[in-house]
Design a binder for this molecule. Structure first.
Ligand code: IMP
Length: 424
């Protein structure tokens, strides 16, 4: 088994945290490989609810080592708050390792993220304002500061001095902000460094050694396939690669290390932020999905846009991630509807696209081609066997499998850990 990647097949918020948490007890290591505190995973453990932004969900299991890989951008202040929050609730964070190569989110990244969005006005991306885009931009332009720079504050200060000159010019001259103070940032980051130092490691080596020893490593994707910087609905995307391939680069392992790729598929679609969404429902059905599904952002609290399930997206996600199986989440939310629609293609200028269209304009302007199936109109929360699901629900799932071309292995029917059905 040992290398398993879990990814979101839609625009994020598919319920990856719950599936990670479920499989975690069989794992030795859980690794995050991209994104930053723009992500939000909710895990319900007994009567307690935990919300994670940077720390992998496996942290709730004492036997698991959790790793934040090099591909993640880390706001150290947020990470420390998260660590302190867990410790105060009795969860040990001793087994958390942070890659020395991961990039830091700096105070100017946060300001620039918000300022750019404001300038874009109606054309804004709808980012989480966590500084993610600017941090990845600096990484790519080779002006980023890394976790390892915090291990030598002299180097950190030298690098920051050069970068901050340019950032302050941008902040003051383009955005009319006050300049940031070098010494204040150095003082703050010196404090963060002291707190985080014991967690910093060569995580690529740790993960590869574990794989050599046939340990089970779980690569936990954040966001989702259509938010991928290359393959998503650009520019309405995040700035990293949430795909299965991103796990190799974002941790430092070869592709042959990956044995299973689990795609998490919400039984309907949601999206936060701007950008095209062919099956979006701006009506009572969409509102019901939002309310029954609790579709509000974990990180920003924003209401999520909701719509019918889209098989074009699943086929695309299957193709570019090489899915070996899928986990369908929130099936119970659809218990509200007498009729359920499944999008099987996009129609644009008389042509029907079965595969995700190559041009963004088509995604913006297409009309979904729907198939309608009967609903089941009964609660699913207490069902634990696949065969006990209402016939209509089984038919809905079978159609998803067929259209996506990938087998279902898990179905989630409620937020609690036990509300899961395994399918052979
Ligand atoms: P950023 O990642 O904050 O730059 O935001 C870019 C886009 O990705 C926006 O549309 C966000 O709403 C979306 N996004 C970022 N993180 C998540 C997530 O964890 N779930 C869902 N959408 C996200």
């Amino acid at each position: 088994m040992p290398g398993i990647v879990l990814i979101g097949t839609q625009w994020g918020d598919e319920g990856k945290g719950k599936i990670t948490d479920l499989l975690a007890d069989q794992m030795d290591i859980v690794v995050r490989y991209q994104g930053g505190d723009n992500a939000g995973h909710t895990v319900i453990d007994g009567s307690q609810e935990f919300r994670f932004h940077l720390i992998p969900s496996g942290i709730l299991y004492p036997h698991i080592a959790c790793v934040i890989g090099n591909g993640v951008v880390i706001n150290p202040k947020v990470l420390i708050e998260e660590l302190d929050g867990l410790e105060s609730r009795g969860v040990s964070t001793d087994k958390l390792l942070i890659s020395c190569n991961a990039h830091l989110v700096m105070p100017y990244h946060l300001i620039l993220d918000g300022a750019r969005e404001l300038k874009l006005g109606k054309s804004k991306i709808g980012t989480t304002h966590k500084g993610i885009g600017p941090a990845y931009a600096d990484k790519t332009s080779r002006t980023g500061l890394r976790i390892q720079d915090m291990l030598d504050m002299k180097i950190f200060k030298k690098k920051l001095e050069i970068v901050l000159k340019e950032k302050n010019e941008i902040l003051t001259k383009i955005y009319d902000f006050e300049p940031l103070d070098l010494d204040k940032i150095v003082t703050d980051y010196t404090g963060y460094a002291k707190r985080l130092e014991k967690h910093i490691a060569d995580t690529s080596l740790v993960v590869n050694k574990a794989l050599d020893e046939s340990k089970n490593v779980f690569f936990e994707g954040a966001q989702g396939t259509l938010l991928d910087i290359d393959h998503g609905t650009y520019p309405f995307v995040t700035s990293s690669s949430p795909l299965s391939g991103g796990a190799c680069v974002g941790v430092g392992v070869g592709p042959k290390r990956i044995d299973r790729v689990i795609g998490v598929v919400k039984a309907y679609i949601t999206r936060v932020g701007s950008g095209p969404f062919p099956t979006e429902l701006d009506d009572e059905v969409g509102n019901t999905m939002r309310e029954k599904g609790g579709e509000y952002g974990t990180t920003t609290g924003r209401p999520r846009r909701c719509g019918w399930f889209d098989a074009v997206i699943l086929r695309y996600a299957n193709m570019i991630n090489g899915l070996t199986e899928i986990a369908v989440t929130k099936l119970d939310v659809l218990s509200q509807f007498e009729k359920i629609k499944i999008c099987v293609g996009y129609e644009h200028k008389g042509k029907v696209y079965d595969n995700f269209p190559p041009h963004q304009t088509i995604v913006h302007k297409c009309k979904p081609v729907y198939e309608e199936v009967g609903g089941w109109m009964e609660g699913l929360n207490n069902i634990t066997n696949y065969d006990d699901l209402p016939k209509a629900a089984q038919e809905y799932l079978a159609r998803i499998e067929e259209l996506g071309g990938v087998p279902i292995k898990m179905v989630s029917v409620g937020p609690k850990r036990r509300q899961i059905i395994f399918k052979s």
